[in-house]
Design a protein around this ligand. Structure first.
Ligand code: ZN
Length: 200
């Protein structure tokens, strides 16, 4: 069903979109190396790209989330530096893997506010913004509690995004993600895979 959410893109997408970026079930995950649900949409971005809220709202959280799951000690799987905003429409939105954030809980934000800059902190191995839209104001993640951001953001033709991401050491993994064998990566292909807590 079409909905006019009034949302904007938090950053302008420009790089090719990989299957790994999309909302839904990933056949392989580049931190956990197994099938896993993805509750958001990932927008590949140069480190340091300014991030805006998709809608007006109030900041609920701005903190480092370094969750490590499922015993993969070397593989931090968290959101990294994240900002969570309660939109005025009642949805909670998570902006993950930031390099830095510039807001604090209680701050009122508009679409003009710069809430932070993109990075690759937490469970990220290619610089990107993880955008997650929860159906309501819940701390729960997962497909049951979230909406595919592409259903709510201004429509774009993903195939029109053709730019190549070139910053090493991330670009070698990114090229696999956008290749004809997008799930064919192994631990050897993952930059900094032994580096547990570094914020990038
Ligand atoms: Zn993501």
């Amino acid at each position: 069903m079409e909905e006019n959410s009034g949302y904007i893109w938090p950053i302008e997408p420009k790089y090719k979109v990989a299957e790994h970026d999309k909302y839904g079930i990933r056949k392989n995950h580049y931190v956990l190396f197994k099938q896993r649900a993805h509750s958001g949409f990932d927008i590949t971005a140069d480190i340091g790209t300014k991030v805006h809220p998709i809608s007006e709202g109030v900041v609920l959280l701005a903190e480092f989330d370094g969750t490590t799951t499922e015993g993969y000690d070397a593989f931090n799987d968290g959101y990294g530096n994240k900002v969570e905003i309660l939109n005025d429409d009642g949805r909670r939105v998570v902006y993950g893997h930031l390099r830095e954030f510039y807001v604090k809980p209680g701050d009122r934000v508009t679409k003009e506010t710069i809430i932070g800059i993109t990075g690759t902190s937490g469970g990220s191995r290619v610089p990107h913004l993880h955008l997650e839209i929860r159906k309501n104001n819940t701390e729960e993640t997962g497909l049951k509690y979230t909406i595919d951001p592409l259903e709510l953001l201004p429509k774009i033709d993903l195939k029109s995004l053709k730019e190549e991401f070139e910053e090493e050491p991330y670009a070698s993994l990114w090229r696999i993600l956008v290749s004809d064998n997008p799930w064919g990566f192994t631990k050897e292909d993952i930059p900094y895979s032994e580096d547990k807590n570094i914020i990038r």
